[in-house]
Design a binder for this molecule. Structure first.
Ligand code: COA
Ligand code: AMP
Length: 632
């Protein structure tokens, strides 16, 4: 069956569709049905089944006789090391780690925070939690201690698993001091931590609280896989929302297994044994779904790459990894390609490697600009597929499913809605609009298996953030349109979320940091267009009346504050002091208009503006800083 038939089959009988796909999963107790809608608009999938995600991602492949197959390839151009872990080795390592965690009291339902760089142990820690039915929450290494502390206080973990350090090009990221700082800041204290000591930096352990990764496994019984309910949480992944308080997206075990396994074949077109590489980070949803769970559930080989697209050591690294490890499908963010293209516009590095095994390239995480797609098509000579999804959904809402069909690629569109997603473009009143008309992108409830059943500790916020604006729909937070063939076009966020190098960040969160500066009376942060990173944050500061502080000093101080409070990943480097901010008469800051001015786009002066002269002041201040950028 092709895409259209599968989509229609799902629409006409969703139960049969999902129960059919569920057969690819090893259930301890099979589900009696797929959808549980008694508490609508809160939906659950495979709720009465019993299952274990680690079993499905690891043990079952060993049981099936594929234990010698490589599960994980670690390739670190930063440490100049490469190594492989087979499925049998992975099972033994995960069972031992899980056994040690259990011996220290970690049980089904307990939370475990994981703060680790791109090393296989990060995946092993995730899988060990899954094995015990414990709920992991991975925190990206580019966040500062304060962000980690916020997540610790929300998830209330029994344990934290971390590495002694991470490695960025030319810089060691001191994870342990960051972790110690976070635990000091947080109200909730974990019972214990487990530290994986890397040879590049050995951390000091606090006696009685910190345990060495290897030492604490010594002499313990390996743990077997614990049965959990289909709707029990597998993990919590925090993502940026409108405020500084991140949203804890919950992922449940059963639906996630069914959906991810299906996507590996249907969307990415890979088979068990194929090598799949998502060049992302385990701290993001792409890393959860397609570095860790998806490829392993499907019995593929996954690559854990500790490096950057450029500079480690050059713009040919990606092509070297593809050749050396026989990568069939690469998944990355457009920004990574833009970085390579900037250094190697003619694609000369590609010709140095044999990438003939590469079948396709998938892009997500931010808008894929047509220039970048066309460049990649030309130098790689494989289909370049943009697909659209979110932390909340865990896998593609819209894609071009190469594994099941040969749909045309329309550059600028992430293609069509996947089975399970009834995507609609709505006007402000919540009415569907016609083709090629801009509106809010919403998904008719229920969302399919594997998507978020809610937010951790925040079901009210879940309803108000996603379900209230358009009753009966999930509000994606993206605006866009759909053409007459059902191809979607994602244009912009409808909230204050910005996308910096494929990383989702909250301008509201940054504003909270700036507002805490003693000289700042008022502030705004917007995302301005950037040719490399897609967007970059820029802060506007109004100082307290009578302030005599040097503007440059205040700017430097707020830049440092954002780096210390949120982390280097925010890439907050630009701010300017202005006399006033443009506002509506009701006091709402006109951030959208400021973005248009900074990006050099035409704008209409909003009818509700309090004082139109302020827009001219903002234009002049930006112009003094070189905005709008030429060609940017
Ligand atoms: N731990 C600690 N710090 C990190 C980090 C991590 N895991 N990841 C990034 N950082 C730091 C970087 O060192 C940098 O710090 P600096 O200000 O001291 O230079 C800062 O955070 C910004 O990082 P980044 O956005 O990655 O920018 P970059 O200039 O280092 O590299 C690219 C630019 C385009 C090469 C890079 O962003 C990239 O590879 N992007 C791919 C995006 C991606 O994988 N997205 C995931 C979603 S699919
Ligand atoms: P995250 O939750 O970090 O994956 O970020 C999700 C957001 O990134 C989406 O809501 C979009 O705004 C944006 N995004 C992800 N993929 C795409 C894409 N293919 N095209 C345009 N925007 C995208």
């Amino acid at each position: 069956m092709g895409y259209k038939e599968i989509y229609e089959a799902w629409k006409s009988d969703p139960e049969a569709h999902w129960m059919g796909l569920a057969q690819s999963i090893d259930w301890i107790k099979a589900p009696s049905k797929a959808l549980f809608d008694d508490n609508a608009p809160h939906y659950e999938w495979f709720a009465d089944a019993e299952v274990n995600t680690c079993w499905n991602a690891v043990d079952r492949h060993v049981e099936a006789g594929n234990g010698d197959r490589v599960a994980i390839i670690h390739d670190s151009p930063i440490t100049h090391s490469k190594h492989e872990i087979t499925y049998t080795e992975l099972r033994d390592r995960v069972a031992s780690l899980a056994g040690a965690l259990r011996a220290k009291g970690v049980e089904k339902g307990d939370r475990v925070v994981i703060y680790m760089p791109m090393i296989p142990e990060a995946l092993e820690a995730m899988l060990a939690c899954a094995r015990l039915g414990a709920v992991h929450s991975v925190v990206f290494g580019g966040f500062a201690a304060n962000e980690l502390a916020v997540r610790i206080d929300d998830a209330k973990p029994k344990a934290i698993i971390a590495a002694s350090c991470g490695l960025e090009p030319g810089r060691v990221v001191h994870y342990k001091p960051l972790l110690d700082g976070a635990i000091e800041l947080s109200e909730h204290k974990p019972d214990f931590t487990v530290i994986f000591q890397r040879e590049q930096e050995v951390a000091q352990l606090i006696e009685g609280r910190d345990f060495d990764w290897h030492g604490f496994q010594f002499g313990v019984e390996p743990a077997e896989c614990v049965a959990v309910k289909g709707n029990d949480p597998l993990y919590i992944l925090y993502t940026s929302g409108t405020t500084g308080q991140p949203k804890g997206v919950i992922r449940a075990n059963g639906g996630h297994l069914v959906a991810l396994d299906w996507t590996m074949n249907a969307i990415y077109g890979v088979k068990p044994g194929d090598v799949f590489w998502a060049a992302s980070d385990v701290g993001w949803v792409v890393g959860h779904s397609y570095i860790c769970y998806g490829p392993l559930i499907h019995g593929c080989t996954t690559i854990v790459f500790e490096g950057k697209p450029i500079g480690t050591p050059d713009a040919g690294t990606f092509w070297r990894v593809i050749e050396e490890h026989k990568v069939k499908v690469l998944f990355t963010a457009p920004t990574a390609l833009r970085a390579i293209k900037r250094e190697d516009p003619e694609g000369e590095y590609v010709t140095k490697y044999d990438i003939s095994g590469l079948q396709s390239l998938f892009l997500a995480g931010e808008r894929a600009d047509p220039d970048t797609i066309e460049w990649a098509q030309k130098i790689l000579n494989v289909p370049v597929i943009d697909h659209w999804w979110q932390t909340e959904t865990g896998y593609a809402i819209a894609a071009n499913p190469l594994g099941i069909d040969d749909l045309p690629v329309k550059i600028g569109s992430p293609s069509v809605a996947m089975p399970g997603y009834d995507v609609q473009i709505l006007d402000e009143g919540g009415h569907p609009v016609g083709p090629n008309t801009l509106g809010a992108i919403a998904i008719k409830l229920p969302l399919p298996p594997g998507t978020l059943p809610g937010l951790w500790n925040a079901q009210d916020r879940f309803r108000s953030s996603y379900l209230t604006q358009f009753p009966g729909y999930y509000e994606t937070g993206d605006a866009g349109m759909m053409d007459e063939d059902g191809y979607l076009y994602i244009m912009a966020r409808t909230d204050d979320v910005i996308n910096v190098a494929g990383h989702r960040l909250s301008t509201g969160g940054m504003e909270e940091v700036l507002a805490a500066h003693p000289d700042v009376a008022e502030c705004a942060v917007i995302g301005v267009g950037d040719t490399l990173k897609g967007q970059l944050p820029m802060g506007f500061l109004c100082l307290n009346a009578g302030s005599t502080r040097d503007h440059g000093d205040v700017v430097k101080e707020v830049v440092t504050m954002v780096r210390e409070k949120i982390g280097p990943v925010a890439a907050f480097k630009h701010a300017l002091v202005v006399d006033r901010l443009p506002k509506t008469r009701s006091g709402k800051i006109l951030r959208g208009t400021m973005v248009k001015i900074a990006d050099g786009e035409d704008y209409k002066t909003p009818a509700t503006i309090d004082d139109p002269a302020i827009l001219e002041e903002i234009t002049q201040s930006l112009s003094a800083m070189g905005y709008p950028k030429q060609g940017g």
